[in-house]
Design a protein around this ligand. Sequence first.
Ligand code: ZN
Length: 138
Amino acid sequence: MSGKLLPNPTPETRIYWEKTALNELWMPYCQTDGWVFPPRFHCPTCASTEFEWRQLSGRGTIASFIITHRGGAGYQDEVPYFIILVDLEEGPRLVGNLYGVPVEPTAVEVGMPVEVFFELRDGIHLPQWRPAGSKVTI
Ligand SMILES: [Zn+2]
C-alpha cells in the first residue's frame, strides 16, 4: 500500500474497474438520457435500471485544468501536478491527472487533445491522461 487515497470499487462501479484493468474505458449508458457517471444502479435522471455498458474511445479534449500545489492524502510528495477535466469525444466529462508535459500553465490549453492511459496503483487501474499521440506512461 502506498498510503495514497484511491477509489474503492463498489458493486455499482465493479464493471468500470474490471474494464480499466483491461486498459479500456467503459460507462453505463441510459437509452433515454445517455451516459451515467459515476456508475450507479439507476439513472439519476429517469431512475431506469436498464443500462447498457458501452466502451469509450479514451480520446477527448481538456475542458479545464489546474495545477495543484497541495496534494491530497498520500500525494503531497508529487506536487505540483495537473488536475484536468476532460470532455470525452462521446460526451461524458471525467477528471484526472495529466502527464507528459511540463507542469506549467503555458504547457496546456483548453481544447488540447488528450488520450487516456491506465496507471496501476495498489491494484487499481486508474485512468490518467496524456497529450494525444504521446506514449507517456507512469
Ligand atoms: Zn435515464
